[in-house]
Design a protein around this ligand. Structure first.
Ligand SMILES: [Zn+2]
Length: 407
């Protein structure tokens, strides 16, 4: 709604960015102004974005969560010949942000503050600036006309496990829409990213048998058994680091496993009955998370005969917590070539953090990631993005317009 009709030109050099040359700042302020913390509704933001598209003559569809409190938005800018389904690309991002609870913010996180060459606010890096820059270019896409459609995909509940976008992808497939590629604007410092690791997480629950701590042979110590399994996982982590397959394009070039929480026991003078811990694997696309899990489970089960010999009701159980596949888009693919053309470089990287990109990729939609800001600033108090990153993103979008527009 606030996007100017004419867009500034690409900066010719590395001169400092002037805020007045940027076309997306008002839209960034607007989107950050909606508190879309994942636990809350995102509908106010979605309604506003829907109205923005309507103002430019573009219809959008929503897919809701079970309670109707949150929605994905999917909007299509058809090609000049009316084609709205075949080919073209998706610009994708999530609308939710992580909580600010307990974080020492110096400013109101939902009111963008500019300090020098930085914008500060929740979501300025992860990832409302990318959404805003995309929206800022809608008038230009419409004015110049498109050779192939451009789709906008705004999801809910990414931060809680990439939940919302799964419905959006299913809905898009059901409508017979078949884009040739997708750009996810997670913060990569505007570096083109063509792959990320997969992730899988579980909870292990050990049920032992309580006894007075002076009678340890009559009990089954759940904490100690859990710790044996934790130690086994730590050993596997070292093996993966030292002898696992590597891909040096990643910041962490090998598959990692780790234990993040552990809870067990009630008092020192009681042999503990219960202990539970959560663990995860972040794996390179060619490593199998299920094989790792099978090994953990087999090791855990080796304790059962001794446990049952003391108390038959003892057990070790596993709950799956989350799964996000990895992805690796082919270097020669059309979307990689387009991403290179838009970022003005032939270099691309791979990252260890998970995104919605892998879900698009697994739905047969080749995907790259490229967005303003850095993952190190995401989820932090005083989250920030530099004006330079916004300028780079606007340059990216401007080159995209040159690639996809008819005039
Ligand atoms: Zn994100």
């Amino acid at each position: 709604m606030n996007a100017p009709a004419t867009l500034a030109q690409v900066r010719p050099d590395d001169s400092p960015v002037r805020a007045e040359d940027l076309v997306s700042l008002d839209l960034i302020r607007k989107l950050v102004g909606f508190d879309t913390t994942s636990r809350d509704s995102n509908l106010a933001l979605i309604d506003w974005v829907g109205a923005y598209f309507r103002e430019h003559g573009i219809a959008s569809t929503l897919t809701y969560d079970d309670d109707g409190r949150k929605a994905n938005l999917f909007a299509t800018l058809p090609a000049r010949d009316g084609n709205a389904t075949t080919g073209g690309i998706v610009l994708s991002g999530h609308t939710d942000v992580v909580p600010v609870d307990g974080q020492p913010w110096d400013t109101n996180p939902f009111d963008v503050t500019r300090k020098g060459d930085r914008l500060i606010g929740r979501g300025v890096a992860d990832m409302k600036s990318f959404l805003a820059v995309g929206l800022a270019f809608v008038p230009e896409f419409v004015r110049r006309g498109l050779r192939k459609p451009i789709h906008f995909a705004f999801s809910y509940d990414e931060e809680t496990g990439c939940i919302g976008v799964r419905r959006l992808i299913a809905d898009v497939a059901a409508k017979g829409i078949s884009p040739t590629g997708c750009i996810v604007g997670e913060p990569t410092g505007m570096q083109l990213v063509v792959a990320h690791k997969g992730k899988k997480a579980w909870r292990c629950r050990v049920r032992g048998f309580e006894a007075h701590s002076s009678l340890t042979p009559h009990g089954v110590n759940a904490v100690q058994i859990a710790c044996e399994i934790v130690a086994w996982i730590a050993r596997r982590a070292r093996e993966l680091r030292d002898a696992g397959r590597k891909d040096d394009a990643y910041d962490v070039p090998f598959t990692t496993v780790h234990v993040g929480t552990i809870h067990g026991g009630t008092a020192l003078n009681i042999v503990p009955r219960d202990c539970a811990f959560d663990f995860e694997i972040r794996h390179l696309p060619f490593d199998d998370p299920d094989a790792f899990f099978a090994d953990v489970k087999a090791y855990a089960e080796s304790f059962l005969p001794a446990m049952h010999a003391v108390a038959p009701g003892t057990r070790i159980e596993f709950d799956p917590l989350s799964t996000l596949p990895g992805f690796d888009t082919h270097e020669g693919s059309e979307i990689t070539a387009l991403g290179c053309a838009c970022s003005g470089t032939h270099e691309f990287g791979k990252v260890s953090f998970g995104t919605e990109a892998s879900l698009f990729h697994n739905a047969h939609l080749p995907t790259v990631i490229c967005g303003p800001g850095h993952i190190a600033q995401a989820h932090q108090p005083n989250e920030w993005v530099s004006l330079d990153q916004i300028a780079r993103c606007e340059s990216f979008m401007r080159r995209l317009a040159d690639q996809v527009c008819a005039t």
